[in-house]
Design a protein around this ligand. Structure first.
Ligand code: GLU
Length: 446
């Protein structure tokens, strides 16, 4: 089977960690299966869709490296949806309804009061042509509902296994609004058919839609794709992610906060599976280990601490060649030894700026015991300095002053770097060099 999958966001807001999972899962699935990845903008809601959000989606996907092979947007394909709607009308599966929102609401309340499920009663199917004309004469325009068939609507979900939707528990869905605009359901089915979508991988909030879409697909004479519905990502407290409360988790915000796209990819590809979250250099490597059937059905929580961990793990595995350009871009390319020395201390890439300053200065040395520092300075070995210099030097300082352990190392660290914590001094010292080390031990900020 030729695999084609799609990511189909509506450009009505910014992408966040929750909805980007659809993009990532579909992308990785396509890569692993040697298939194609379609980016489709579900922009039939003209009131809420904007160009700016559409551009934002493309920027976010490019940042993550999730490049698409095909592109479509629903606003370009209205003629196809109209043709499909005509086909459904001709088959008696799409029927006009004239109830106002208020009337529908009253019906629903009545049903609920009688302890009945609030399913649309199909009263519109009994309208005579004359009654319809009378409504039209009143100025009413119809909305159109798809007539669900009372037939077995089951599908074999990759994650949930066999899933059955009882069509009797659902209202016939409205496909076309009274202003003639299509709601999401029919365009989505028509696109899935026309673009030969083989697998629909999306959140479990769409399971009921799937029941409806399976029926519409069949009514249009096509075979439904294979479905996989994964559990939604919740906040760390266990509530659904919200645009307002979780603005920090928009892709834009995460990018500005300095997270690595591949750290986010590695985390999101494994959250909700029992596979280990491991840093990967490339999406190809991530795709190799990605198995959609490993996604479980349990709730998944997004804990920003996990992203911090994934981000650090990613930085800590990066070889110098992979970051040389980025280091140069921020004026911090101090060579491979510098990178290897400081990278275990990085939480975000931008932390390299701090460590470059610790090497090149200026550093404000913190000296409590000037005599001790002067003694240590006088014992600095001659250059060239290498990996053994630190132990040669500190052994000499220890022998002369009697200081050992923390009392020996902490004053030296504070004098040399101005900080209590940092990369191993054994590696830092040769990078700082004799001239700066000597100056700092005597209290000057070099
Ligand atoms: N535009 C829909 C959404 O964002 C697409 C759902 C789907 O069919 O994958 O929820």
């Amino acid at each position: 089977m030729k695999v084609t999958v799609r990511f189909a966001p509506s450009p009505t807001g910014h992408l966040h960690v929750g909805n980007i999972r659809a993009a990532l899962f579909n992308y990785l699935f396509a890569r692993r299966e040697g298939g194609r990845f379609l980016l489709r903008l579900d922009d039939t809601d003209q009131d809420r869709s904007t160009e700016e959000y559409a551009r934002g989606i493309e920027t976010d996907l490019a940042w993550l490296g999730l490049h698409h092979d095909l592109f479509a947007k629903q606003s370009d394909r209205i003629a196809e949806y109209e043709a499909a709607a005509e086909k459904l009308k001709a088959a008696g599966r799409l029927y006009p309804c004239y109830e106002t929102a208020g009337e529908l609401d009253r019906k629903r309340k009545r049903q609920l009061a009688q302890k009945k499920p609030p399913v649309y009663d199909r009263a519109a199917l009994d309208l005579t042509d004359e009654e319809k004309r009378a409504f039209e004469a009143e100025g009413r325009r119809p909305h159109w509902r798809f007539k669900l068939a009372n037939e077995d609507t089951s599908f074999d979900d990759i994650i949930h296994g066999p899933t059955r939707i009882d069509p009797n528990s659902l209202s016939d869905p409205v496909l076309i609004r009274e202003d003639g605009r299509f709601l999401y359901t029919l365009p989505s089915v028509v696109d899935d058919i026309d673009f030969d979508i083989s697998h629909v991988i999306r959140g479990s909030d769409h399971v009921t839609n799937t029941g409806v879409q399976v029926q519409i697909t069949r009514a249009l004479g096509a075979t439904p794709p294979i479905y996989a519905h994964y559990s939604l990502l919740l906040s760390v407290e266990g509530r659904p992610l919200s645009k307002r409360e979780d603005a920090d988790f928009s892709l834009r915000a995460l990018r500005d906060a300095g997270y690595e796209p591949m750290a986010l990819n590695a985390l999101l590809a494994r959250l909700g599976t029992s596979d280990a979250i491991e840093p990967k250099l490339t999406l190809e490597e991530l795709a190799t280990g990605f198995d959609i059937t490993h996604l479980g059905r349990a709730d998944i929580r997004f804990d920003p601490a996990d992203l911090d961990k994934a981000n650090a793990a990613f930085l800590h595995m990066l070889p110098y060649e992979a970051v040389q350009r980025r280091l140069a871009d921020v004026n911090c390319d101090l060579g491979g030894a510098f990178w290897e020395t400081v990278k275990p201390n990085l939480a975000r890439f931008r932390d390299v700026e701090l460590w470059a300053r610790v090497i090149n200065g200026p550093v404000e040395p913190a000296i409590e015991d000037a005599a001790f520092a002067a003694e240590a300075a006088s014992l600095l070995p001659p250059e060239p300095w290498g990996p053994d210099t630190w132990s040669v030097w500190t052994n000499a300082v220890k022998a002369r002053t009697g200081a050992k352990g923390k009392a020996l190392f902490m004053p030296l660290r504070l004098a040399l770097t101005g900080l209590e914590h940092g990369p191993e001094l054994k590696n830092l010292l040769p990078l700082i060099g004799r001239k700066r080390a000597e100056a700092r031990l005597s209290g000057s900020s070099l």
